[in-house]
Design a protein around this ligand. Structure first.
Ligand SMILES: Nc1ncnc2c1ncn2[C@@H]1O[C@H](COP(=O)(O)OP(=O)(O)O)[C@@H](O)[C@H]1O
Ligand SMILES: [Mg+2]
Length: 489
């Protein structure tokens, strides 16, 4: 796999179970996947020799990002290596201008758009807005991520500043020598963001997971809800069919994530969906499937690129919610001077989180904690979407920052904890595994020691009891905790 980030790390995890081993091309030994894979090639994804070293002896070359230039992939193929997805498909995940044009050709729903050279952005945007109105969205065709490279302009006044910013942008790896291209498009009347994720094998078999809702804040995905709550069947079916058709027409092999906007049904968008962009690799919007589907996306990506039959995409619980863990201030290490006083290190966070929410699945990427960086995710499954979303949000925030947003404390779980731990058990109760896990925790606790025992076994029960009894000792705890929380923030 080219790229040593968290996607490669989790693909490695899935490869182990399939009896495969993943060789990783990483840029440094402390990248997420390089920390755990035995077979690591160090080098850049733009380095021909490094790519050849990686490919030699591998059955198939695949990717944890889309930044390898197409010409280098063609050289690998010419040298006899198998590359999935191939450069002809990958191009549409690398270049939003090519993607918009191709999807329009296929009759897929895309926003009205125009392509221009970066140098012409001012006149092109004014011309586009003259025809279609403000606001307009401007995007770099290549090299953007997490909203970097996307601008929403309300009027011509914003253009001069944008033109200045564009000059300072580094060139994209996949298009270093060509003048930067931009996509100018209409701001669509988006109701929410969805994703249709599937995998397709060289044999032509494809399997799709249920359409999910992706919740974004400041251009970054913070939560994914599977399946998308209250999505009408027609839209869900249209989205899945569209994604399957795109995979087939573009010849995608591996996981394909189609990022979608849900919009009101109109003449332009008769199915009430619009394609935003494509990713041809395991994707953040599929992380929930590791714990919420029979076959997770990392295993499925491997099955697809190895041309195995694909696994079932059926959900193993009615609802699974994924929360992205974004690092807060401090590096998360216990006792580090960068952490605010009293803020626990990551190990202690995992300990408390596991105690409060025994039904939660934690995935940490081994990355250094830097503010705003995606360092892990959590998955939680059950039946009550609102409650699962609350748990995922609390858990992700706590794991990232070391501070419970609701002031919960293991010493005084009763007030806030009553709802949370009680509900946790309730949610878990719906699936037997959840309560089983809590029970196991309690049973172990006797031998494992006081700290674990008091959290895992007393938590839900004691908090329930205290809640019923009026929560005598609870008052001081959370109040004090909230004061600490404020200091920390
Ligand atoms: N045409 C559009 N109309 C409305 N919102 C948009 C449009 N294009 C992008 N966005 C918003 O900007 C976000 C980032 O755009 P996207 O093209 O997905 O960039 P990135 O490659 O950084 O993920 C989207 O998730 C969406 O919230
Ligand atoms: Mg996007």
């Amino acid at each position: 796999m080219v790229g040593g980030g968290q996607l490669a790390r989790m693909t490695h995890q899935a490869a182990i179970a399939l009896g495969q081993s993943l060789r990783v091309l990483a840029t440094s030994p402390d990248e997420s996947a390089a920390l755990v894979a035995a077979d690591v090639e160090l080098g850049e994804h733009t380095d021909r020799a490094a790519l050849l070293r990686l490919a030699t002896g591998c059955d198939v070359v695949t990717f944890d990002h889309e930044h390898v230039p197409g010409p280098l992939l063609r050289e690998l193929i010419a040298a006899g290596h198998t590359v999935h997805p191939g450069p002809d498909a990958l191009r549409f995940a690398q270049d939003k201008a090519a993607m918009r044009q191709r999807l329009q050709q296929l009759g897929a729903p895309v926003p009205t758009f125009q392509i221009c050279a970066a140098a012409d952005v001012e006149s092109a945007a004014i011309g586009f807005a003259g025809e279609h109105g403000w606001p307009v969205v401007v995007k770099t065709a290549s090299g953007g991520y997490d909203g970097k490279g996307v601008w929403v302009l309300d009027g011509p006044a914003a253009l001069a500043e944008l033109a200045g910013e564009l000059v300072g942008l580094p060139p994209a790896d996949t298009a270093p020598d060509v003048p930067r291209q931009l996509v100018i498009e209409q701001l669509v009347p988006m109701q929410r963001e969805l994703a249709a994720v599937l995998a397709r094998s060289p044999f032509g078999q494809a399997a799709a997971w249920p359409v999910v809702e992706t919740v974004q804040q400041q251009g970054i995905c913070v939560q994914v809800v599977a399946p998308a709550p209250e999505l009408d069947e027609d839209r869900a079916l249209a989205a899945t069919r569209l994604a399957l058709r795109i995979a087939h027409e573009l010849g995608v092999v591996g996981v394909l994530a189609v990022e979608l906007f849900q919009v009101p049904v109109s003449e332009q968008y008769p199915d009430g969906i619009v394609v935003n962009e494509l990713a041809m690799r395991p994707h953040n919007s599929g992380h929930w499937s590791m714990d919420g589907a029979v076959t997770g996306q990392f295993e499925q990506h491997l099955r697809a690129v190895l041309d195995y039959p694909l696994g079932s995409t059926a959900m193993t619980a009615p609802v699974t919610v994924m929360g992205n863990v974004l690092a807060g201030p401090g590096d998360g290490a216990a006792g580090n001077a960068g952490n605010a006083p009293g803020v626990p290190g990551v190990d202690e966070r995992v300990h408390h989180l596991s105690a409060r929410f025994p039904q939660l699945k934690i995935h940490l990427y081994g990355k250094e904690f830097r503010p705003g960086r995606k360092v892990g995710h959590v998955n939680v499954s059950g039946t009550d979407t609102a409650e699962l979303r609350r748990i995922a949000e609390l858990a992700a925030a706590y794991l990232g920052t070391g501070v419970w947003p609701d002031g919960w404390s293991p010493e005084h779980p009763s007030s806030d904890g009553a709802g949370a731990a009680g509900a946790g058990a309730g949610t878990g109760g719906a699936d037997v595994a959840g309560s089983g896990a809590a029970g196991a925790g309690a049973a172990d606790a006797g031998g494992a020691g006081r700290a674990v025992g008091s959290v895992a076994s007393d938590g839900p029960d004691a908090s329930d009891a205290a809640g019923r009894a009026g929560g005598g000792p609870a008052g001081a705890g959370p109040a004090q905790r909230r004061a600490e929380t404020e200091r920390v923030q």
